[in-house]
Structure formats: C-alpha cells, structure tokens
Ligand binder design. Structure first.
Ligand SMILES: C[S@@+](CC[C@H](N)C(=O)[O-])C[C@H]1O[C@@H](n2cnc3c(N)ncnc32)[C@H](O)[C@@H]1O
Length: 436
C-alpha cells in the first residue's frame, strides 16, 4: 500500500475516549440531551491547552449538540457556528443560554405542572392533534407504531403545557427536556443509521401519568441542578454566551455572514461519509416537536444537508481531481451492479465537492496562522476503503492550508457488510494552518 504523503501521528491513547460524546453524558449542561455523533468537551479543552496563542474567534461549521461553542463560552472565547437542523440548532442554543435563574425556572415549572394537572382530565387529542405521520401513534390497521396511545397523550399534555409558557428561554428548555425522553418512552431505539423497534416493544405499557413523571423527574434530576450551578456562576462573574453567534441554516449558503480573515481557530466534525442522514436518526424529535410537519418539508430539509447520504437525489457530480478519490471511486464502480442505491457514487463525489466548497470558504474566513482541527472518519463500500482523512487533507492543501499532521484518534468498527474485508476504519483529526 502506498505510504501517505501526510504526517500521520498515533493519538489513539490520547484521543480515543474523548472523541465520543458519551463521555459527557452526565456533564454539566452537555448532558441535557444524549447526542451520539458528537465529541466531548475534553477534546475542546485539549485543543485550547495545546495552542501557542489565545484564540479570539473560533468557527464551528457543524454545531450539532453545541459542544464546541458551549465549552468555548465557558472560557470566554467567541465561537460562531452553523447548524442546518432546526432541532439541533434549538438544542445547541438552549445549552448556550446563560440567563436562566431558579426563580424564573420554578415559576415556569409551576405553570407547566398546573397545566399538566388540568389536561389529564381532558381528551388532549381534541385540543392538540398528534403529528400527522402514518405510524407515529397506535391505531387500528397498524402492526407497529412509534408511540402507544397513552404515551402519545402524555407527550401531547406536555407539549400543550409548554404552549402556555411565555418566556422563550424556558419554552426551549422544556422542549429539550421533552426531546431527551422521547426515545425512552417510545417503542424505538437509535440503531446506527435508523430507528428500530425495541425488543418486546409491545409488552411494556406506560400510562399517561407515568410519561409526565419521567419528564418531571428528568427536569428535576438533570436540568434543575445545572440551572442552580449556572446561577451560582453568574452571581460571581458575568457569563459569556455564544448563543447569538449560532446561525440556523446550511453553512455552505450562510458562511458569507462571517467576516473575511476574522477566524483564528476552527474546531469541527462534519457528518461522516457513511450514508447516515441525521434527518432519519433524529426523525422522532423533528416530528414530535413539529420542526418537520410533512413529507415536503422533510425533503426540503434534506436538500440543505451535506451530501453524506442518499436520501435525496443530488445533481450529477464528477469526482474532484484527487488521485486517492478517483482510485476509490473506480474500484467501487466495479460493484455497480450490486449497489444498494444507484446514487452511491454520486454521494461520494458530492461529499468531497462539499468539502471543497467548505475549504474554499474557510480559506477566506481564517486569518494567517489560524489553525483548523477537523475530525473525520474513513469509510468503506464493497470492501473498498475511502481514506477520507487523506482526501480531505489534500482538498485543504489545494485550497491553501498547510497540513501539520493527521492524528489517528480511534479505530471504529465497519458495518457488518464490510467486516470480512476491513478490520477497522480510522477516525482522525486533521490539524492544519493557514499559511501566512
Ligand atoms: C457530527 S455532527 C456535529 C457534532 C458536534 N461536533 C457535537 O459535538 O455535537 C454534524 C452536524 O452537522 C449538521 N449538518 C449537516 N449538514 C449541514 C450543513 N449543510 N450546514 C450546517 N450543518 C449541517 C448535522 O445536522 C449535524 O448536527
């Protein structure tokens, strides 16, 4: 195998666990919602600690659950960010809000509780209809459904109670708390790329009141202690927030809002080239919280996402002029008659074209000497490995960045179809600098 032209460094011991969000599942504010595809706050801290300058303005093009701007705001560092999913955007800005306090929290919580006590007496579905998707709730003629009838009533009670709240900060907070229990009370679990039915999903039955209790317990055990802590912090010093620096929308379209040469640090992790559509993985949250109301809105949303999946038919794209990419594409093409989706090659080419668009823009936004920490993972289709780390490094280099090194961070298991040919895929962090 040809040796890489880039300097690859073994970071398996230093990075492995901190590349996973799971490490923060019980952490202050980060733990409000269990996000699978993120990295940890420790990863952000490790970058700040190793820099030989004090960053003033960071950019996070794919904010996800908000790990980067949230951790940076604790250090008083400005971070501009983008997120295409309205759910992820709400999650990120809710976590970045710093003006919560216990008095307002308790006041709004008592309004919420009052409403829950009143609606339990009523037929909630006549007040608030369940989202209009075929299998979302138990009904005659369905063999499987996402939520049992009583569970849906419990969720609608909570949604209705949130509608009574006037303070937008607490509307968002209570929505995120609801999002954080949705899968637990549903018949589904997140199974890699999609949602699958839990084992014995049709056996365990929750009552409407039990759904309220799970929700209220979550607020009390997870959210309230963090609000107390946040309030204590704000009593001792003024808290800085990156909330207003987060933009909802496609970064490819919106990055023009960032001033040229104003960024001295980029920390990010784009969607991986693994044909996973975040819209599918977070469908329950998008539907139940009314971010996506019908199929048309779903497709419109998908069109704005990075081309890392085949859930939408993208325009025909030619591969970039990069030898490693062309070799991989040619090899995968040999399996064309077995493709599980005809758009597979076009997705691969589109993904790297998106990377090119991103780096073209980043070159204008990053100032000379500014550093980028870019977390990617390699992929495999039909036993052919796509070395995303090296291809992205080459794209960045062509756009004017100096590649310092590729840090090999973690070995990830390939999908079951690839296991016979490929033992593991590497997840890495490409470190680069804008030459000055
Ligand atoms: C790997 S996640 C980021 C995780 C994040 N670093 C964290 O720790 O939470 C990638 C995110 O990119 C978002 N995304 C996909 N296409 C996008 C686009 N065109 N513009 C902005 N965000 C996009 C996805 O919705 C997803 O939330």
């Amino acid at each position: 195998m040809k040796k890489s032209k880039f300097n690859k460094v073994d970071y398996f011991d230093r990075y492995d666990r901190i590349m996973q969000f799971n490490k923060n599942k019980d952490s202050y504010i980060h733990g409000w919602y269990p996000f699978v595809e993120g990295y940890s706050k420790e990863f952000i801290r490790s970058i700040i600690n190793e820099l030989d300058y004090e960053p003033k303005h960071c950019l996070e093009p794919f904010v996800g659950s908000g790990t980067t701007p949230l951790e940076l705001q604790k250090l008083g560092i400005k971070c501009s960010s983008f997120e295409v999913s309205p759910f992820m955007y709400t999650l990120a800005i809710t976590k970045m809000e710093t003006s919560y306090n216990t008095i307002d929290y308790e006041l709004n919580l008592s309004l919420l509780n009052e409403s829950l006590t009143q609606t339990i007496e009523q037929d909630i579905e006549t007040i608030l209809a369940p989202p209009n998707f075929r299998t979302i709730v138990e009904k005659p003629g369905l063999s499987k459904w996402n939520f049992d009838k009583e569970v849906m009533k419990g969720i609608l009670d909570i949604k209705h109670a949130i509608l009574n709240i006037r303070d937008n900060r607490y509307v968002n907070l209570f929505k995120i708390a609801l999002a954080s229990i949705l899968l637990d009370v549903s018949n589904l679990y997140r199974n890699g790329k999609c949602l699958s039915y839990k084992k014995n999903w049709d056996k365990s039955k929750l009552t409407r009141r039990q759904v309220h209790e799970i929700y209220l317990n979550k607020l009390e055990a997870v959210f309230y202690p963090d609000i107390v802590k946040l309030e204590n912090c704000s009593n001792t010093h003024e808290l800085f927030s990156n909330k207003n620096n987060c933009i909802l929308g496609d970064v490819r379209q919106n990055i023009s809002h960032i001033e040229n040469n104003s960024i001295d640090l980029v920390i990010t992790s784009p969607p991986y080239l693994n044909s996973r559509d975040y819209t599918d993985s977070y469908m329950i949250e998008l539907r139940m919280l009314d971010y996506i109301k019908n199929y048309k809105e779903l497709q419109e949303h998908r069109k704005k996402t990075l081309r890392s999946h085949v859930q939408i038919k993208w325009d025909e794209v030619q591969p970039l002029d990069i030898e490693l990419l062309k070799l991989a594409v040619d090899k995968i093409k040999e399996y064309e008659d077995q493709f599980w989706n005809a758009s597979l090659l076009n997705m691969i080419n589109g993904y790297f074209e998106d990377m090119n668009i991103l780096f073209l823009n980043l070159f204008n936004k990053v100032m000379c000497g500014g550093k980028i920490f870019f977390n990617v993972a390699n992929s495999a289709y039909y036993g052919v490995e796509i070395k995303t780390d090296e291809i992205v490094a080459e794209i960045a280099e062509k756009n004017g960045f100096l590649i310092n090194e590729i840090r090999e961070a973690r070995k990830i298991r390939p999908s079951s179809q690839q296991k016979d040919d490929i033992n593991y895929l590497i997840e890495s962090v490409i470190v680069m600098t804008k030459k000055g």
